[in-house]
Design a protein around this ligand. Structure first.
Ligand code: AR6
Length: 174
């Protein structure tokens, strides 16, 4: 089983093979973690993203990391929270699953995920963390990834991940 660990702070500083971007369907940048990644990677990133023709919600696309310490950025689009009745859970699961598929394709051994959809997109943080952890646990070994870091900007998010990582797989959503 791969190692699943938390780290507090800015995902753009992490020395991992790939970092995941919580992007929007245009892939042309935005605020939050998306803005931070584009700033740190440099203007080459948006130029590369223009070639990708956007990305569907729940899907992911890869670019180089340019000036980031990470070799790759996997841009994924989380769902906007609309109360839970619009397939939000499955779409969020798709983000994590597709990123691990890209990891396999690009021989990535270490990857860092932000808490996708829990900022501007307002997905409930605990519910999102449960999906993140369960989906990674389910697919990580098939991906070849050895280390997964859950990058938490705030201490609230960090506390949720630390608590849920102690729990056995597939516990019900609290
Ligand atoms: N490192 C790690 N985590 C971060 C960082 C960072 N540098 N910056 C923010 N977070 P959000 P979303 C956390 O809003 O909800 C963008 O405009 C943040 O605290 O970045 O998926 C896109 O272009 C939160 O826990 O992404 C889209 O339009 C988490 O990252 C939209 O926002 C996600 O917050 C996507 O919204």
């Amino acid at each position: 089983m791969a190692e699943l660990i938390t780290v507090q702070g800015d995902i753009t500083t992490l020395r991992v093979d790939a970092i995941v971007n919580a992007a929007n369907t245009s892939l042309l940048g935005g605020g939050g973690v998306d803005g931070a990644i584009h700033r740190a990677a440099g203007p080459e990133l948006v130029a590369e993203c223009r070639k990708l023709d956007g990305c569907a919600t729940g899907d992911a696309k890869a670019t180089p990391g340019f000036h980031l310490p990470a070799s790759w950025v996997f841009h994924t689009v989380g769902p906007v929270w609309q109360g839970g009745g619009h397939d939000e859970d499955d779409l969020l699961e798709g983000c994590y699953r597709r990123c691990l598929e890209l990891a396999k394709l690009h021989h990535v051994r270490s990857i860092a995920f932000p808490a996708i959809s829990t900022g501007v997109y307002h997905f409930p943080p605990r519910r999102a963390a449960r999906i993140a952890i369960d989906t990674v646990r389910e697919h990580v070994d098939a991906s070849g990834v050895e280390v997964v870091r859950f990058a938490c900007l705030g201490t609230d998010t960090l506390a949720i991940y630390e608590e849920l990582l102690q729990q056995p797989p597939r516990a019900p959503i609290a």
